[in-house]
Write a protein that binds this ligand. Structure first.
Ligand SMILES: Cc1ncc(COP(=O)(O)O)c(C=O)c1O
Length: 398
């Protein structure tokens, strides 16, 4: 029998990381020792006290049944998240109604789309942006409208530039700072503008904030919920994945508007039933335990960031050190394409970087490097890039 996939799968753009993995395998098959700077997935281990908390909780039969708190997470977990938001952002949350556990922030992005968007509704997604927002909106049958993030605006959404008719038709807008891929950061003032705009046009703000703990040089990263009145119109996702090296554990949280949390919860009741209690206990150990792991990670990423920026400047790319995330977003020479440039880096240096076009048409002209690879591999990759400088596209602009 010929199995036909649902039409919605055909509407998805090719998933960037799948494409990168395929190209990497092809290069490896040609005998190249490929170093991938393509995917943001911390190379350092999860802290031991978190692993121990999981082992203890996993051994307790009380945790072997369906997750407690139905789909919203254990009351203890929700309280722990509310306490963390109060400590970290001075944001007060009701653990009963304004907090829920997620199977990673990616899950939140997906389920908020299913919870809020009807077929034909408009979802605004920044360009460039994390590809999963588009996929989630498409799965919900929504129409996706892209709004540009421009270097001259610090890659912040320019709310004044969103046409009023689009704003009136939109039901949801995604925003994410510190931003993947551009590494841009937002201020509370920017979030105030977002809240005012959302209230004016009745649009839900979806703030995807999994990089809130990854910033350098003393830069403060706020939560969208720090803007007054944000809870009237906004939901925020955060995650254990990046600060605690826990991408594989699949645990995060949604915080904010109680009605939106309720709607996501209804979707989860009918899909995944929530995350394993033992993993929630591990996440609590991460949030409540010693935070030296976060500081250590930042020191590692900062050193790698400086090495990467130096190497890219040595091949004449013109960039500033990013202030947040573990990515470097580098402009490539004018007159060449990001696919060409990335392809040449793979062929000549055996190094995978992500072409900016993969994040949307406004990502053209940039490549993204991830710093979440072991030091020795990163150093080798950067040395190789410097060595092949003469064989990289130079374009018309240089
Ligand atoms: C912007 C953004 N959101 C969400 C995720 C997924 O995070 P999680 O592991 O919490 O699902 C990523 C991972 O790369 C990301 O870059």
């Amino acid at each position: 029998m010929d199995i036909k996939r649902a039409d919605r799968l055909g509407r998805l753009p090719p998933y960037l990381y799948v494409e990168i993995r395929r190209k990497t395998r092809e290069a490896q098959a040609r005998g190249i020792d490929v170093i991938s700077l393509g995917v943001g997935d911390p190379d350092q281990p999860t802290p031991q006290h978190v692993v121990d908390a999981l082992a203890r909780a996993a051994a307790d039969p009380a945790n072997h049944q369906y997750p407690t708190g139905e789909d919203r997470g254990m009351p203890k977990f929700r309280k722990c998240v509310a306490d963390w938001y109060a400590r970290r952002f001075k944001v007060n949350l009701d653990p009963e109604t304004e907090v829920m556990a997620l199977i990673g922030s990616k899950e939140g992005n997906h389920h908020v789309a299913l919870a809020l968007l009807n077929p034909g509704d408009v979802a605004i997604v920044p360009d460039p942006g994390y590809p999963a927002y588009i996929a989630s909106a498409i799965f919900a049958g929504a129409e996706v409208a892209r709004v540009p993030l421009r270097a001259e605006d610090g890659f912040l959404i320019d709310f004044d530039a969103i046409p009023a008719d689009l704003a009136r038709r939109a039901k949801v807008i995604w925003l994410s700072y510190p931003n993947n891929p551009t590494t841009a950061i937002a201020t509370v003032d920017f979030y105030r503008k977002a809240v005012a705009w959302a209230k004016r046009y009745d649009v839900v703000l979806v703030s995807d904030n999994p990089y809130s703990e990854i910033s350098f040089d003393g830069v403060y990263i706020p939560s969208l919920l720090e803007a007054e009145g944000a809870k009237d119109v906004a939901i925020e996702f955060n995650s254990m994945s990046k600060p605690y090296n826990m991408t594989g554990w699949r645990i995060g949280m949604a915080v904010g508007n109680a009605q939106i949390i309720g709607a996501i919860s209804q979707v989860k009741q009918n899909t995944d039933s929530g995350q394993f209690n033992a993993i929630q206990y591990a996440a609590m150990a991460a949030l409540d335990g010693p935070q030296d792991i976060v500081t250590r990670n930042l020191a590692i990423y900062r050193r790698r960031r400086d090495l990467a920026v130096d190497a890219l400047r040595a091949i004449d790319l013109d960039l500033q050190p990013p202030k947040a995330t573990f990515y470097v977003w580098a402009p490539i020479p004018k007159g060449t394409t990001s696919l060409d440039f990335a392809g040449r880096l793979l062929d000549e240096a055996g190094v995978v970087v992500t072409p900016g076009i993969g994040y949307g048409s406004r990502g053209e002209g940039f490549i993204r490097l991830s710093l979440s690879v072991p030091d020795a591999r990163l150093e080798e990759a950067l040395a190789r890039i410097k060595k092949v400088k003469d064989r990289l596209p130079v374009g018309a602009g240089l």
